[in-house]
Write a protein that binds this ligand. Structure first.
Ligand code: NAP
Length: 288
C-alpha cells in the first residue's frame, strides 16, 4: 500500500475506507471487516456518523481473526461542530469517541467542519495530541481562504485536510494551498458520493475500457495520482474489493487532465459550504 508522509512524520495510507451513512451497526461492522480482509488499513469514521462503536467492534474482530492488529490500522474519527465550542468540549468529545470506539488512540482526528469556534476547538485538539490520545490532528472542509488564515494563525499545522474531491469538483486551488502548507489532501466522496452518474460518463468509461478497469477504479486512481488520499465507501463486498484494485495501472498526464475537464466548480459540490443556510443547518440552527 502506498503511503504519504504527514507533517508529524507518520505515514498515512493513500487508500482507505469510509463509513458515512452506514448507521446500521451490523452492516457497518461487516463492511469494515470486509475492508480489512481485503487489505484496507485506513478506516474513516466520525462522531456524527453514529458508528464509531461498530468500527471498533470490527477492528477487534479483525484482530481476533488474525486479519490485522489495531496497531496496523490507521484509524480516523472527527469531532462534530456542536462539540467545537471550546477547549473542554473538544476534550470531552475525544474522550467519548475513544470510549465508543474502544481504542486508546486515534491515528488522526479531524475538526469536521470550519464552523463554531474552530480556533478554540483546535487548542483542545492540540491538548489531546500532546497527551497521546491523538497521533495526528487535522481538519475537514477547510476551503483555501479558511485554511490559509488557520495555518497562519495556529501553532500546530493540520496534518490533513479532508475535503470533497472528485472529477466533478476538482478544486485545484485547495490542493495548491495544502501543498503550500504541507497539509495532506484527503478526498471525501471520491466516487462522487452517489451523485453525477460518473459510471456512464464517456470520458471515464473510455479510459476505463482502455485499461480494462472500472470507472470507479479510474476515479480513485485519478485522485491518487494527484497526491490525494481517497476513502471510498461501499457496503458491498465486491465493490469494496473492486475499489481496492487500483495499483496495477497508471493514468497518463493527458488522461489526468482530461478527467479534470469534467469539473463543474462549486456547482459540482455536494455540500454547499458557501451557503449560509448550509452553515446554519450544520450548526443545528435551522432545517435548511
Ligand atoms: N469530512 C466530511 O465532511 C465527509 C463528507 C462525506 C464523506 N466523508 C467520508 O468520505 C467517505 C467517502 O465518501 P462518500 O461515502 O460520501 O462517497 P463515495 O465513497 O464517493 O461514494 C459512495 C457511493 O458510491 C457507491 N459505490 C461504492 N463503490 C462503488 C463501485 N465500485 N461502483 C459503483 N458504486 C459504488 C456506494 O454504494 P454502496 O455502498 O451501495 O456500494 C455509495 O452510494 C465517507 O464514507 C466518509 O468516511 C467525509
Amino acid at each position: 500500500m502506498d503511503t504519504i508522509r504527514m507533517n508529524t512524520g507518520a505515514q498515512i495510507p493513500v487508500l482507505g475506507f469510509g463509513v458515512f451513512r452506514v448507521p446500521e451497526k451490523d452492516v457497518c461492522r461487516q463492511a469494515v471487516l470486509d475492508a480489512l480482509r481485503t487489505g484496507y488499513r485506513l478506516i474513516d469514521t466520525a462522531a456524527v456518523y453514529g458508528n464509531e462503536d461498530a468500527v471498533g467492534e470490527a477492528i477487534r474482530q479483525a484482530a481476533e481473526e488474525g486479519i490485522c492488529t489495531r496497531e496496523e490500522i490507521f484509524l480516523t474519527s472527527k469531532v462534530w461542530v456542536t462539540d467545537m465550542s471550546d477547549y473542554d468540549s473538544v476534550r470531552r468529545a475525544v474522550d467519548a469517541s475513544l470510549k465508543k470506539t474502544g481504542v486508546e488512540y486515534f491515528d488522526l482526528y479531524l475538526l469536521h467542519q470550519a464552523c463554531n469556534d474552530y480556533f478554540a476547538a483546535w487548542r483542545g485538539m492540540e491538548g489531546a495530541y500532546a497527551d497521546g490520545q491523538l497521533r495526528a490532528i487535522g481538519v475537514s472542509n477547510f476551503y483555501p481562504n479558511i485554511l490559509t488564515n488557520f495555518c497562519e494563525t495556529v501553532k500546530t499545522i493540520p496534518a490533513v485536510n479532508q475535503i470533497e474531491l472528485h472529477p466533478y469538483y476538482v478544486q485545484p486551488q485547495a490542493l495548491e494551498t495544502m501543498a503550500y502548507y504541507g497539509v495532506v489532501p484527503e478526498a471525501w466522496a471520491p466516487l462522487g458520493g452517489g451523485r453525477y452518474d460518473p459510471f456512464h460518463e464517456p470520458v471515464l468509461t473510455a479510459i476505463a475500457e482502455k485499461y480494462g478497469k472500472t470507472v470507479s477504479q479510474v476515479m480513485l486512481r485519478w485522485n491518487v495520482e494527484r497526491g490525494v488520499v481517497v476513502i471510498p465507501k461501499s457496503v458491498h463486498r465486491e465493490r469494496i474489493e473492486e475499489n481496492f484494485r487500483i495499483w496495477d495501472f497508471r493514468l497518463t498526464q493527458e488522461e489526468v487532465e482530461k478527467i479534470a475537464t469534467l469539473d463543474m466548480g462549486y456547482t459540482g459540490s455536494r455540500a454547499k459550504h458557501f451557503d449560509p443556510d448550509f452553515v446554519r443547518m450544520v450548526l443545528g440552527k435551522s432545517n435548511a
